[in-house]
Design a protein around this ligand. Structure first.
Ligand code: NAP
Length: 452
């Protein structure tokens, strides 16, 4: 059977080869670029002006890449050293916008893959924001609050000169939640002597944050899937769902699935997964994860209907809908085969690029509806843009109003993906729809702004 995933068009092979040559060893970045390029052949055929102006080659080269030293002192008085990154990828649509990730796996290739994805995701939201991403190989796990604070202060002591409400607006990501954003914003304010709320998003509600920002990525993901189900005259009611991860995105995806009548029966962390046939008890999970930064294994010890599997693959748990919400490349070929064999119908990415190229191909070829993260998890950054709007107008909206705005944005992204897929001859193909719709808006702006 011929695969539904297109091969790379000949005109784009040299662009991809150049990306690999100029960015050696950055395998996640290569993977993200290739996935987008695979969708763009029909656009180049219809709009040769994009090729003439080298829009795609320019898109693959970040506008600016900043790498810096982050020294800090641990609780025993020893000097520790980490590396900080900010990749300001594309500002054709607005100030660079994208999160900061603190995780030992962070290096330039991870930051570039995330920044590249962010360009198209931010474009899809329809908000005036460009794409960027940053982070550090610092591991907050097991560190005291005082250590995390000293690290964040040192990190911001360099980063502050590169960011600003009209320049570059970071937010959270893996390892960067409300606590870290607080320390980062505090240091920014102290150095600049400016209460410039629009410089960072994901702030606390009492100091410039937005309602629904914490919930936004998980809620937005589920709104998107709900729209897919509605499109087919279906709903979440009674659906069996598996969500990987147990961090910010996973927790609020679980919450919204339950609100809409579905049942999440499994979730995970990097040590293993839990299965709870009674449905995940979210209050207990939140208490364990948010209350004392515990593990999902603690959950199984405290709930009789749950069992814990150390290691293993969460994708072995049968479900109708799978929502990978942990990290890149967590759903591989074997995971995809297990999902297909168990009758899974929808896979929507809450995390960024959690599905390997092989798994994506298997799922799509088996007729599973597959939604890439740049569409499905765009609710987080969209709500960050709503936070920026509230900061600019010195206003704060209610939870209901903000959630309704988020739901509307997710509906609009869903519809744009499908309309674009239709227009380019691939009905129902969310990957092609998301990549092309995201690309066209940025490409048009780049054409208008000249060769910069
Ligand atoms: P988070 O709160 O730090 O949670 C990450 C979760 O993933 C944790 O449960 C973590 O478990 C698990 N995890 C990390 N590495 C793993 C691995 N190698 N294998 C299995 N599990 C692993 O981060 P988050 O904000 O939820 O982000 C999750 C994903 O969503 C990331 O891909 C992020 O880029 C994406 N995303 C986030 C947002 C947002 O608004 N936060 C928006 C868009 C996309 P451990 O505790 O064991 O590490």
């Amino acid at each position: 059977m011929e695969s539904l995933v297109p091969a790379l068009d000949e005109s784009l092979v040299s662009v991809f080869d150049e990306v690999v040559r100029r960015n050696p060893g950055e395998v996640e970045f290569h993977q993200a670029v290739r996935e987008v390029l695979e969708s763009l052949s029909p656009v180049i055929a219809k709009h040769p002006e994009y090729a003439d102006d080298e829009i795609i080659r320019r898109l693959c080269e970040p506008e600016r890449q900043i790498i810096f030293r982050v020294p800090w002192t641990d609780d025993s008085g020893r000097v520790q050293l980490n590396r900080g990154f900010r990749v300001e990828f594309n500002s054709a649509l607005g100030p660079y916008k994208g999160g900061l990730r603190f995780h030992p796996s962070v290096y330039l290739g991870i930051v570039k893959f995330l920044g590249f994805e962010q360009i198209f995701k931010n474009s899809l939201t329809g908000m005036p924001i460009g794409g960027g991403k940053g982070g550090s190989d610092f591991d907050p796990k097991g560190r005291s609050n005082a250590e995390v604070m000293r690290f964040c202060q040192s990190f911001m002591t360099e980063l502050y000169r590169h960011i600003g409400e009209y320049t570059d607006v970071p937010a959270g990501d893996i390892g960067v939640g409300g606590r870290e954003i607080g320390y980062l914003f505090g240091q920014y304010k102290r150095i600049t002597n400016r209460y410039e709320s629009g410089t960072l998003t994901g702030k606390g509600l009492s100091w410039g944050g937005s309602q629904v920002r914490t919930e936004a990525t998980g809620y937005g993901l589920v709104f998107f899937v709900d729209e897919m189900l509605t499109d087919h005259g279906d709903s979440f009611d009674g659906k069996r769902v598996v969500v990987s991860g147990s961090g910010n995105v996973a927790i609020y995806a679980i919450e919204k699935v339950h609100q809409l009548g579905g049942k999440v029966v499994a979730c995970s962390d990097s040590d293993g997964y839990i299965v709870d046939e009674a449905g995940i008890d979210l209050e207990l999970l939140k208490e364990i994860k948010n209350g004392h930064r515990g593990r999902v294994s603690d959950y199984a010890q405290r709930r009789s209907s749950a069992s814990y599997v150390a290691g293993g693959s969460i994708w072995d748990v049968p479900c109708e809908i799978a929502l990978p919400c942990a990290t890149q490349n967590e759903l591989d070929g074997a995971g995809a085969k297990a999902l297909i064999a168990n009758g899974c119908r929808i896979v929507a990415e809450g995390a960024n690029m959690p599905t390997t190229p092989e798994a994506t191909r298997l799922l799509r070829d088996a007729g599973v509806s597959f939604v890439p993260g740049k569409a499905a998890n765009a609710g987080g950054v969209a709500t960050s843009a709503l936070e920026m709007q509230q900061n600019a107008s010195r206003d704060s909206w209610t939870f209901e109003h903000t959630e309704a705005r988020l739901a509307k944005i997710m509906r609009s992204i869903h519809d744009r993906c499908l309309e674009t897929a239709d227009e380019y001859g691939a009905p129902g193909d969310y990957v092609l729809g998301a990549n092309i719709a995201g690309f066209i808006q940025v490409a048009d702006a780049m054409l208008a702004l000249g060769h910069i």
